[in-house]
Structures are given as structure tokens and as C-alpha cells.
Design a protein around this ligand. Structure first.
Ligand SMILES: Cc1ncc(COP(=O)(O)O)c(C=O)c1O
Length: 389
């Protein structure tokens, strides 16, 4: 079945479920077993054993998302950050070394620099455009390569197949944060990835009203380790949120195609603006990794960056404070447009632009209205600059 059909039908395959189009919320902690044998084997009906390990609503979401991603399995956890933390700790041990892309989501770096370090796991950040050159950074104890393509602040697109091939040849696993593209626009398991994490808080939930993390994998041994890691953390997402994610998933295809078209229109408009130094969007020819993007990705989502010409803080604040449609908030992937300053944390490939970097998420509003909002924002920026001069 094609992706759009999987989005609509996924997770609806249980014959003993009431015949509702979307699996309803099934909440609960304690599961009663009919016999001592069933209790001791933890085999309740429909795979239920205890609420922490999921309910039919959780299982429906897991099944739908695994099918969409082309994965062998999927686990649901309470946030995207939890998915990163659980997946990484499930796959490394004291004395191991991990390689993480330098443009990774900030809290991913924080987890490596604080938690993994405390447990004796060393992290080296690699330049996002290193490609097959990653082989030169692999050490005998390197167990994991972590990618996020494109990085969600600076948008360089990594050569995931090259990274995964080098990792595999070395006996290391490749984990990918595939939140930006979703399985609709990047098929990680066709490109050698072993495990993915998703901040389902973004496009899967799609309505900025729930937190959710997903971990998927291919391969029985990796699956066993992720399974154990998820159980050891004991931080499930609530069935209510699984229900919202499953409901969001049904429309992710149409939403994402709208985000793609609208974001490209806004990105091209920004490219022509005198206030803009450069636009960081994987589908634009000058974005680092654009060739890789064209080769491996099936589309682009609604999140991209803009580097402005150097401008004072008061002028930037005048622009952002007065935006009517672009909200300021630390997320993306919902139906609404957002714009915030971004501050990339870099160590392997320093970030040198003189002007401020803004991160935009283009929502489902009318594009003409969004451009008018940006135009008015730039006018405020100029007025504030003139006032300061
Ligand atoms: C690329 C990326 N990965 C992971 C996360 C973490 O997701 P959550 O906010 O659900 O913990 C985010 C959140 O902004 C993100 O942008």
C-alpha cells in the first residue's frame, strides 16, 4: 500500500475492536489475567500486560507508524527528547564512544554532554557535511552514529547512506532523528539506518496540543535492546496522547504537502529580500547538502532558517514582537506559523554568520497573509534601525 493509504488505514486491524474508524482511547493500569499461567507469562488479551507497557490505543499507533516508516517495530514514549534519551542509552554502555552530528537538536547534545558523559560514554561531534569521511572518526569503541538530517536549526543535509555504510562496516549502529522529513519524505531503512527517533509532538500530532516520542527499528537484536530500554525507563505516553497522535497521523500527508508548498513560496520570497543574507532550506540549490537532499528525500517540510543582514537587537525585537501571524514559541510541526531566533551550538563546524539566524515554521495559513505579516515586520525593523541611528 502507498503512504497515503497507510496513513488512513494503519492500526485499524484488530477484529475484536468496536467498529469505529479510529481506535478509541483505552486507558488503564491494572490488567486482570484469567489464569495463573496467563499471569505468570504476562499474556493478557490483545498483548496487554500492564498499563505502563501500553494499551490497545498505544499498540494501534505503534503498528500504524512502524508500517509507515517501513520499520520492524515502534515504541511510544512521552516526548521526542525521551525517545532520544531512551534510544541512546539502550544502545551504549560505559566505555563506548558515539559520533553525533554537529547540527543536532540542542537537547540531544545536552544529553550526550551531561548524561552520557556521566556514565562514561564519550561523544565526538562531526561536521554535518563529512559524509564517508566519518570513517576517519570511528574508533575501536565507537558504537553509535547519530544523525539528524537536515539539522533543525541550520539545515545542512547529511549524507545518511554514506554515514550508515561507514558505521555498518565498523560494526556501529546508525540512529537518525527523522522528525523534519517524517517517513513521508525520507525512508530511513532504505538508506541503511538501524533506529529512528521522532518528535511526534511535531508533524504526527500536528496540532500543537500533545507531547509524544516514537522510536522505530529494524533488526531483531536492535529491537530487543530498544524494547528493554523502553521498559527500563518506564515512561510511556498516555493513551489519550496516543489517540491524538493517531488522529493527527491520518491527515499528515495533506498537511505536509501544504507545509512544503507554502514554505517554499515563503523561502523564495525571503531570498529576494534585501534584509536577508541567506535562506537555509534543503530544497534550495545553495543549501549545504542540497544534492543529497535531491537524491534521497521525497519532499521538504515547513521548517527552515533565514540569516538576516546584521541588525541591532532592538530592531530585531521590533520585528518579532509585532508579528501578527507568526508566533514565538519553541516548537514546530503544528498547523500554525512560528518564528524565533535560533542559536546554533557548534563545536566541530563553527557557525560564523554576522547577522541573526531566524527559524521559521510555515503553517497552514494563507501564504499571502504570511508574506504581508513578514513585509510589515521588515518595515518595523527598518523603522527601529532608523530610529536608533
Ligand atoms: C529535531 C527535534 N528532535 C527532537 C525534539 C524533541 O521533541 P520533544 O519536544 O517532543 O521532546 C525536537 C523538539 O523541538 C526537535 O526539534
Amino acid at each position: 500500500m502507498k503512504d497515503d493509504t497507510l496513513l488512513v488505514t494503519g492500526g485499524r486491524s484488530h477484529p475484536d475492536e468496536p467498529h469505529l474508524v479510529n481506535p478509541p482511547v483505552c486507558r488503564g493500569s491494572t490488567v486482570l489475567f484469567p489464569t495463573l499461567e496467563a499471569l505468570q507469562n504476562r499474556k493478557g488479551s490483545r498483548g496487554l500486560s500492564y498499563g505502563r507497557h501500553g494499551t490497545p490505543t498505544t499498540f494501534a499507533l505503534q503498528e500504524a507508524f512502524a508500517a509507515l516508516e517501513g520499520a520492524d517495530g515502534c515504541h511510544v514514549v512521552a516526548s521526542g527528547k525521551a525517545a532520544i534519551a531512551v534510544a541512546m542509552t539502550a544502545l551504549v554502555a560505559t566505555g563506548d564512544h558515539v559520533l553525533v552530528t554537529d547540527n543536532a537538536y540542542g537537547p540531544t547534545r545536552h544529553f550526550c554532554d551531561h548524561v552520557l558523559r556521566r556514565f562514561g560514554v564519550e561523544t565526538t561531534y562531526f561536521p554535518p557535511m563529512i559524509g564517508a569521511g566519518i570513517a576517519g572518526l570511528l574508533r575501536p569503541n565507537t558504537k553509535l552514529v547519530f544523525t539528524e538530517a537536515p539539522g533543525s536549526q541550520t539545515f545542512e543535509v547529511q549524507d545518511v547512506p554514506a554515514l550508515a555504510q561507514a558505521a555498518k562496516a565498523h560494526g556501529a549502529l546508525t540512529v537518525m532523528d527523522n522528525t523534519w522529513a517524517t517517513p513521508l519524505f525520507f525512508r530511513p531503512y532504505d538508506h541503511g539506518v538501524d533506529v529512528t527517533i521522532h518528535a511526534a509532538t511535531k508533524y504526527v500530532v500536528g496540532h500543537s496540543d500533545a507531547m509524544m516520542g516514537l522510536i522505530t527499528w529494524c533488526g531483531a537484536e536492535v529491537g530487543r535492546r530498544i524494547d528493554a530500554g523502553v521498559k527500563d525507563f518506564g515512561a510511556p505516553a498516555s493513551p489519550d496522547d496516543c489517540y491524538l497522535a493517531l488522529r493527527g497521523l491520518r491527515t499528515m500527508g495533506v498537511r505536509l504537502r501544504h507545509h512544503e508548498t507554502a514554505a517554499l513560496e515563503v523561502a523564495r520570497w525571503l531570498q529576494a529580500r534585501p534584509e536577508v543574507a541567506r535562506v537555509l532550506h534543503p530544497a534550495l540549490a545553495d543549501c549545504p547538502g542540497h544534492d543529497v537532499f535531491r537524491r534521497d528525500f521525497k519532499g521538504s517540510s515547513g521548517l527552515f532558517g533565514v540569516v538576516l543582514q546584521p541588525v541591532g537587537h532592538p530592531a530585531l525585537a521590533a520585528m518579532l514582537d509585532g508579528m501578527e501571524l507568526f508566533g514565538m514559541g519553541y516548537s514546530w510541526g503544528g498547523y500554525e506559523s512560528l518564528m524565533i531566533p535560533a542559536e546554533p551550538m557548534r563545536t566541530a563546524a563553527p557557525w560564523h554568520d554576522a547577522g541573526p539566524l531566524l527559524r521559521l515554521h510555515i503553517g497552514l495559513e494563507d501564504v499571502g497573509d504570511l508574506l504581508a505579516d513578514l513585509e510589515a515586520g521588515f518595515a518595523r525593523l527598518h523603522r527601529a534601525e532608523k530610529g536608533a541611528a
